[in-house]
Structure formats: C-alpha cells, structure tokens
Design a protein around this ligand. Structure first.
Ligand code: 6PG
Length: 226
C-alpha cells in the first residue's frame, strides 16, 4: 500500500489525473482497452473535470463503470452517474456503449443483479477491472460498504443491494471481492473533515475502507487533508 500526501487538493487531483492517463495508456497498449469504476461522492468531481479535458485519455478504448450508485433515477441530483455525466461524460468523447451505469431507477435487487451481469459480460467471467476509484466517508465507509453492514462480509458476489439505515435509503455497491480484484485501486481522501478518519485508519481500526486490499493489484491512497 502506498500513501501519497499532498499539501493541497489541486496537487492531488493533478497527480491522480496524470496517473489515470498513464494507467489508461498502459492498459490499452497491453490489453486493448481500459476498464475503470468511478467513485461517487464529491471528492472525485474536480478529477473528473480534469479528465474531461485530457488530451491523452484513449476514450474510444475506455469502459466506465461505477463502484456504487444511489437507488435513484439517472437524472436525480443524488445520482453518482448524474454527477459524472455533468463533470466528465458530457465533455469526453466516450462511446455510449462503453458507459455502464448502475440502473438506480430499478429496484435495488434488480439493479444489483443486472450490474453483476453487466460486469461479468463486459469483463468476462474471470475478468477484473483495471482501476477502481474510491472515496471514503468520515465513518470509514467506501463505495456503499458501511460499517457493520453484512455486505462487508460478502465473498462471492461482485454487486449487492445495500440498505443504508443512517440515510434510510437503498444503494447498489460493488463488494470487496470486486474492488480487491482490480489491477489498481486509488482511494482519494480530501478535506480537513477527513483528518480523524485517517487517524483511525493509522490506528488500525477495522473500517470498510481499511479492508480495501487488492489481492493481485496495487493500492494507493492519495491524501490531502492539511
Ligand atoms: C457515494 C460514494 C461514497 C463516497 C464517500 C465520500 O456514493 O457517496 O461512493 O463512498 O465516496 O461517502 O464522499 P465525499 O467524497 O463526498 O466526501
């Protein structure tokens, strides 16, 4: 695991931007395409805006997924897809059939089942994502894997419906098997409000985001909390 600390969010986003461009170019060179799952939340949005302006990204060969989604329609203000569409998809020339959103408008179970099929279809039964982007909530959740939730213990399925009791809302989330199968995972932690979270992780607390540990891949934490 690598932790890269930045003195300002702008430096973190510039680093992540270049890193993702490099990963994409290497994946296309080696395997003919780049498959990446985007994170929800607000942290990655400035990064998506930078990627939208990228002259290096091989968009024609990129397949985009999401690490989780709220169970809302794709034009809902809460939708992770809607946020990425505004910041990235509307500007980058990604083929429509390369954008694999989680159907949040469906029932949680139907959406999770459909997404599991989509992942297996596009990646192949033994496939894996090239990159998973993640954020981390102040309580240590990542994607929509929340503390004490049964979804954390899933060892087989790649996608599950998750009821978030604190928000009285349903979500669909990739599971740890899906995340930890990736070739690269980048966890972005930005903002003073995440300082305590980092201290809890450094103390070794068993938090959902602490369980992200790619089995045959690389993990990097990009941190700007000063
Ligand atoms: C979501 C994200 C979630 C997010 C964290 C951090 O759907 O909200 O997947 O895991 O990454 O809650 O959110 P912020 O980036 O807004 O702090």
């Amino acid at each position: 695991m690598k932790i890269v600390t930045f003195s300002a969010p702008e430096e973190l986003y510039a680093f992540a931007h270049r890193r993702i461009e490099t990963l994409a170019e290497e994946a296309v060179r080696d395997r003919g395409r780049f498959t990446a799952a985007l994170s929800g939340g607000s942290t990655p949005l400035p990064l998506y805006r930078l990627l939208a302006q990228s002259a290096r990204m091989p968009w024609d060969s990129v397949h985009l997924f999401w690490s989780d989604e709220r169970c809302v329609p794709p034009d809902d203000p809460e939708s992770n897809y809607a946020a990425a569409k505004r910041m990235l998809l509307d500007s980058a020339r990604i083929p429509d059939d390369h954008v694999h959103r989680i159907p949040g408008e469906d029932s949680p179970t139907d959406a999770a089942d459909a997404y599991q099929v989509t992942l297996r279809r596009v990646l192949g039964e033994n496939g894996r994502l090239d990159l998973v982007l993640l954020g981390a909530g102040a309580d240590g959740h990542t994607a929509s894997l929340f503390p004490e939730h049964a979804a954390l213990e899933e060892t087989d399925r790649w996608v599950l419906p998750v009821h978030v009791s604190t928000a009285s809302a349903w979500r669909v989330s990739m599971t740890l098997p899906a995340i930890n199968a990736a070739r690269d995972v980048l966890i972005l932690v930005v903002g003073r409000e995440k300082r305590e979270l980092l201290k809890r992780i450094e103390r070794g607390e068993d938090l959902p985001v602490s369980r992200v540990c790619p089995t045959r891949g690389r993990l990097a934490w990009l941190v700007a909390v000063s």
